[in-house]
Design a binder for this molecule. Sequence first.
Ligand code: B12
Length: 140
Amino acid sequence: MALKLNSVVCLATLLQLFGWLALAAPLKEVPIKLTVVFDVSDDEAALQLYHTSALPGGSLLGALRRLQHANSDFKFSVTEDPDYGFYLESVNGVAGSHAEHTYWQILAEVHGGELTPIDVGVGCYSPKAYEHITLKLANW
Ligand code: B12
């Protein structure tokens, strides 16, 4: 009887340990695809494709930082707005310009492959697994 009780206690302890290990395990990164589009002029367009990853529930900003850290061909900068958070100022050395009315538009692919501007900034947007994000130098 005492042996049986001991086994039950051992099993419970093991289950608790596995529970703790599962909680302590790092969140698995999810892959995302990133396209950078420079519409430099009407007849000259450039396109760059990257792969990066985001944490589940993590921000697009985090995914861009991870990419910048891993890939010397990608760099970006942000400025901070007191109300709306992070504004994507430049990508690969090209900055949006107030004078020229250009900015880096952030688009996500919705069903059917259509590109739609996201409705928050890079710091607030959480990419989904395998999502395709496009950063496009656009006019306003
Ligand atoms: C005009 C405007 C723009 C213009 C700003 C340039 C210009 N024309 O002067 C442009 C087209 C560049 C723009 C871009 C974006 N915008 Co905008 N924009 C607005 C709008 C309609 C008015 C802002 C304004 O002029 N306020 C008056 C001035 C006097 O105040 P201000 O503080 O100086 O305004 C500055 C900031 O608002 C800043 N700004 C504008 N948009 C955004 C977005 C973010 C994330 C940040 C940090 C700052 C920022 O630019 C303004 C001029 O310098 C607001 C909605 C609203 N009605 O307020 C949305 C708004 C601020 N934008 C929004 C968004 C989502 C974006 C984009 C992320 C869209 C996209 N998917 O690309 C991009 C930013 C991308 C990036 N590079 O980070 C959201 C922000 C929501 C949020 N919680 O983050 C808003 C609230 C619209 C919405 N969805 O309801 N935007």
